[in-house]
Design a protein around this ligand. Structure first.
Ligand code: FAD
Length: 372
């Protein structure tokens, strides 16, 4: 197929994916198992595409947001496996790059090459939206930290090799202070994990139980007791990162628009598809401009992008389900079924829609702050 209309980066990625995706499918089939998914990250890493958004000096491709979007469309187009490294490559690694010590920055290459897979241990049973209310505590000594507590909803927590873990290190400080971010190997004694099974049958999350887990002082990411600021950096990357996922949403809606299936459905459904496609394009366009124009990082626009993307994810999943119709009921359309079941999670992950609206009200509209 011609690559004329593609940017050089997207064209290069297309060539790489045309080589590694069929080889991956030949070896693993459609497996969504951990071994298969992590093997794909290693293939990407070996091909120089393990963390393409990173700056060149960190081993990435230094892609701008336009190229990131174009590349995400290529991943969708190639039918590439789900990328389980994203929590590391998109969220944890940029935070380590921003505030980590030179020694901690050694993790970056391992993350990119698929030797380490990181999860984020933030949420707790009584601290999700109110993350600053977290109670997992770490007793600080000259040698390091002894951690006790529980985390929940930890994506890839069942298999990840490392965790960026938030703990309360100063119980007497106000709740947004006295939190620290720690880098914890998941095989540390005292750390146990339990799978949380979802409605789609998969277990993408885990609960983590920490019972006298000890890590040395070198595990501290950023300054002591300033984990809140460190976490806001991570969540800013996470929320802005959904813009690149919006690229794959555009790709999916586009593929649906071109599919034979759509030709056979009612004009009303085709009209809905056009609406969803238009909205996805507007999100993509606005997000690109906003990110390009925001000199002080993605913070101010990230909540807006996250809110709109999550709404569109649900809209697309419902559209896809209606287009495949009886195929869904008969259980023949695994993708559409899975999308329908999992799309609502987009309104919760990385901060709920209600919390995004609060942030937009406070930061973008300048409305009075919600009492906390
Ligand atoms: C797909 C997915 C992946 C996730 N991955 C991770 C992960 O890797 N690591 C991790 O630590 N966590 C993860 N989470 C957890 C996620 O961050 C939390 O579920 C989320 O922050 C909400 O917290 P909660 O579940 O405790 O709900 P709660 O905070 O208890 O909220 C319950 C309801 O109350 C509403 N609400 C709460 N506070 C307010 C408010 N101030 N104003 C208006 N409405 C409010 C919420 O919007 C929600 O509807 C993930 C969640 C999902 C769905």
């Amino acid at each position: 197929m011609s690559t004329d209309a593609l940017s050089p980066a997207a064209a290069e990625l297309r060539t790489v994916l045309e080589r590694i995706v069929p080889a991956h499918r030949a070896k693993w089939g459609d497996s969504n198992g951990w071994e298969a998914l992590t093997d794909f990250q290693r293939q990407l890493g070996a091909a120089g595409w393990g963390a393409s958004a990173w700056p060149v000096e960190l081993g990435g491709k230094g892609l701008d947001v336009n190229d990131q979007l174009a590349c995400d469309v290529e991943f969708a187009r190639a039918g590439a496996p789900r990328r389980v490294a994203v929590y590391g490559t998109n969220n944890v690694a940029p935070t380590i790059a921003a505030v980590g010590t030179p020694e901690q920055k050694h993790h970056l290459r391992a993350i990119m090459m698929g030797d380490e897979f990181w999860c984020q241990g933030f949420s707790e049973p009584d601290a999700g939206s109110d993350l600053a209310g977290l109670r997992t505590k770490a007793d600080v000594t000259d040698d390091g930290f002894t951690i006790n507590g529980q985390k929940v909803w930890t994506s890839i927590g069942l298999n990840a090799t490392h965790c960026m873990l938030l703990c309360r290190t100063d119980p007497d400080a106000p709740k947004h202070k006295g939190i620290s971010a720690l880098l914890v190997p998941m095989d540390t004694p005292g750390l146990t994990r339990r799978a949380i099974k979802q409605i789609n049958g998969e277990a993408e999350f885990a609960e983590l139980f920490l019972d006298n887990v000890f890590v040395p002082r070198t595990a501290l990411l950023g300054p002591l007791h300033e984990g809140w600021r460190v976490t806001m950096t991570t969540l800013g990357f996470e929320r802005a990162g959904v813009l690149t996922i919006a690229g794959s949403l555009v790709g999916k809606v586009k593929a649906l628009m071109h599919s034979e299936r759509l030709a056979g459905v009612s004009p009303t459904l085709r009209d809905r598809a056009m609406h969803t496609y238009s909205k996805a394009l507007i999100l993509e366009w606005m997000g690109k401009r906003a990110l390009a124009e925001t000199a002080d990082g993605p913070g101010a626009v990230s909540s807006l992008i996250k809110l709109v993307w999550s709404q569109l994810s649900v809209e697309y999943a419902e559209l896809h389900a209606d287009v495949v119709g009886l195929g869904l009921i008969a259980g023949l359309e695994a993708d559409a079924q899975n999308e329908l079941l999992s799309s609502r999670a987009a309104k919760i992950a990385g901060g709920t829609s209600e919390v995004m609206k609060n942030l937009i009200g406070e930061r973008n509209l300048g409305l009075p702050r919600e009492p906390r």
